[in-house]
Design a protein around this ligand. Structure first.
Ligand code: NAP
Length: 322
């Protein structure tokens, strides 16, 4: 399996399995089946609300001797309402307990926005809103420096082997790199042919930060939210450029999209609830698209972002990518 050597010194698989929107009822089986199919990287988060079940899938795979803990690369994320420095370690310990493991291979700041702490005993995972009714957004005063310093201490305590960020853009990365004692090993970003993020990729490369693409199939992951700009767009699987490359290379459209990303030097973490796609999504390294074909996919760029709070709920309070 293709791997990247991170700036932390650890190896990270280039292809992993994403856990967002994996239903609790099937999550343990899904994780178990993903490991059985050959996935070694699991991309979870507090916010996905399925870390207990994901851990059950891992435990079963380990119990049956399919893998050992050290064969897996388990990723999780710090939710926005735990950015205050003193809230980080307790929530990481809770998340580790949920998974049934004693360290994360990679732990990342999920979004560069700090929200007021919500007691996990009251609501967990808390989501974007402070209140149960989902109306109030309350910001915390924690800076990214405060949160990053707390993540650095996780490494010292052995709770995370590598640390990174997600949904950060160039300006904030430049700032983080000024004070980071441990540099971010990875940056996880939305990346697909409708959002190709060329400048951000260049910056990450220059700074030795490994980039992981999320939502590699673009609108496919967002149709269920009935977002107008996701449902009205031509699905990437049906775009003629992608379809004709699938025929040319005798691969599925999904594999063309993932190989475009992996050939750009990114890690990918596709999610699927469809067993037949598990294997297909894993086989996206070790064969090449010609440069002109890569460029024809890159040319589909529209600078179109799906994963931002304003697309999930009406808000005048939360404009992370403004
Ligand atoms: N850091 C962040 O803020 C952030 C945000 C979003 C996602 N992520 C991470 O990235 C992972 C992947 O992103 P994502 O879940 O948004 O979406 P994704 O993997 O791009 O797309 C998932 C969708 O594509 C379908 N699909 C999967 N494989 C396919 C194939 N080979 N051909 C056709 N359709 C296929 C799935 O359908 P079926 O399930 O029905 O097969 C599902 O509807 C997440 O699970 C999560 O771990 C991180």
């Amino acid at each position: 399996m293709a791997t990247f050597k991170l700036s932390s010194g650890y190896e990270m698989p280039q292809v992993g399995f994403g856990l967002w929107k994996v239903d609790n009822a099937v999550c343990a089986d899904t994780v178990y089946n993903a490991i059985k199919a050959g996935y070694r990287l699991l991309d979870g988060a507090s916010d996905y609300g399925n870390e207990v079940e994901a851990g059950e899938g891992v435990a079963r795979a380990i119990k049956e001797g399919i893998v050992k803990r050290e064969d897996l690369f388990i990723v999780s994320k710090l939710w926005n309402s735990f950015h205050d420095g003193d809230r980080v370690e307790p929530i990481v310990k809770r998340q580790l307990k949920d998974w049934g493991i004693d360290y994360f291979d990679l732990y990342v700041i999920h979004f560069p926005v700090a929200l007021e702490w919500v007691d996990p005993a009251v609501r967990y995972p808390p989501g974007w809103h402070y209140d149960d009714a989902g109306k109030e957004i309350r910001l915390s005063k924690a800076t990214i420096q405060e949160t990053w310093t707390a993540l650095e201490s996780l490494v010292g305590k052995g709770l995370a082997k590598s640390i990174g960020v997600s949904n950060f853009q160039a300006q904030l990365l430049y700032d983080l790199l000024r004070y980071a004692k441990i540099r971010p090993a990875t940056l996880q970003i939305e990346h697909h042919p409708y959002l190709v993020q060329a400048d951000l990729l260049r910056l990450a490369k220059n700074e030795g930060i490994t980039v992981t693409a999320y939502s590699s199939f673009g609108p496919a992951s967002f149709e269920e939210f009935k977002m107008a700009h996701a449902t009205e767009l031509q699905p990437l699987f049906e775009v003629p450029t992608v379809k004709s490359l699938a025929t040319k290379y005798n691969k599925s459209a999904g594999q063309i999209l993932l190989r475009w990303a992996t050939q750009r030097g990114l890690a990918v973490i596709p999610k699927t609830a469809t067993p037949s796609r598990l294997k297909e999504n894993l086989e996206v390294t070790g064969w090449d698209l010609e440069k002109a074909d890569l460029d024809s996919i890159t040319a589909l760029d529209r600078g179109l972002r799906f994963n931002q709070p304003a697309n999930y709920f009406p808000t005048e309070l939360m404009w992370i990518f403004g």
